[in-house]
Design a protein around this ligand. Structure first.
Ligand SMILES: [Zn+2]
Length: 262
């Protein structure tokens, strides 16, 4: 089995106690690579440190829409310095969260656009967070000039839109990342997306420590559990889990530009 967890938060404090064991457990199940995704300045710093400490772990740096209001005159300069590191493979997570609205919507919009352009300047793919903001997210992605450095490259992580939205994102050049919610009883819309989109555009992720799969929903999530999502995607697509793992790993390697670590 070859797997890549394209979105997790093993840099967060909930893994301070047993981070090494968590990463080893994932690796022993075939999770060759994990991307530790920053959500704010301090968390991005931690993600880069974790990526520098463990083989097979990469990092993304960026400011989550929840923290858009905390961005000040120095934030982007510090992030750019952090990004100047070969373990950093993406800018994110960035986007819009109109579910919790922890930053004002206008500010989320503005900071999302700014960070898209920063990622483009640095030639990094973007990792996008979209919660209850499908239309607005798609609108911004359409308007984004991108392409200065080879097209609109990125992924809509923890995808929660419908098939039409998925297709629109793919048409723009983006990948769709499927989390463990696909294992939930009420997730028929996500299963429809998995069924409909080209396998070459799908990634899988845990978003650990959040969003544990069925039947582990009461536990802390961890990268090893990306296996549950691979199995569910395989079941929906009528293929073997190994094949789903291999295709999604190859997709991750193409988007993020790393060799899948043996
Ligand atoms: Zn996340």
């Amino acid at each position: 089995m070859v797997l890549v967890d394209t979105h997790c938060h093993i840099e967060m404090r909930s893994f301070d106690r047993d981070r090494k064991a968590v990463i080893e457990r994932a690796r022993s199940l075939g999770v060759r690579n994990m991307i530790a995704v920053g959500v704010d300045l301090e968390d991005s710093r931690r993600a880069v440190t974790v990526a520098g400490t463990f083989d097979g772990v990469f990092a993304a740096v960026g400011i989550h829409p929840h923290d858009a209001k905390k961005i000040d005159g120095k934030t982007y300069d510090i992030l750019k310095q952090l990004a100047d590191n070969d373990r950093v493979v993406a800018w994110g997570e960035i986007g819009l969260d109109f579910f919790r609205n922890l930053s004002p919507r206008a500010e989320q919009n503005r900071r999302f656009r700014e960070q898209l352009d920063l990622a483009d300047d640095l030639n990094l793919p973007v990792i996008i967070h979209d919660r209850d903001a499908h239309g607005e997210t798609l609108g911004i992605l359409k308007q984004w000039k991108g392409g200065r450095t080879g097209g609109k490259r990125g992924v809509v992580h923890c995808f929660s839109g419908d098939t039409a939205m998925a297709q629109a994102c793919i048409d723009l050049g983006f990948y769709i990342s499927i989390p463990a919610t696909v294992t939930y009883r009420n997730a028929s819309r996500t299963r429809d997306v998995v069924r409909a989109v080209p396998m070459e555009r799908l990634l899988i992720e845990t978003d650990a420590p959040f969003l544990s799969p069925e039947p582990l929903r009461r536990e802390r999530n961890e990268p090893a559990h990306v296996l549950y999502t691979a199995r569910k995607v395989a079941e929906i697509r009528g293929m073997e889990p190994e094949q789903a793992g291999e295709i999604t790993s190859r997709n991750a390697s193409e988007l993020f530009g790393f060799e899948v670590f043996p």
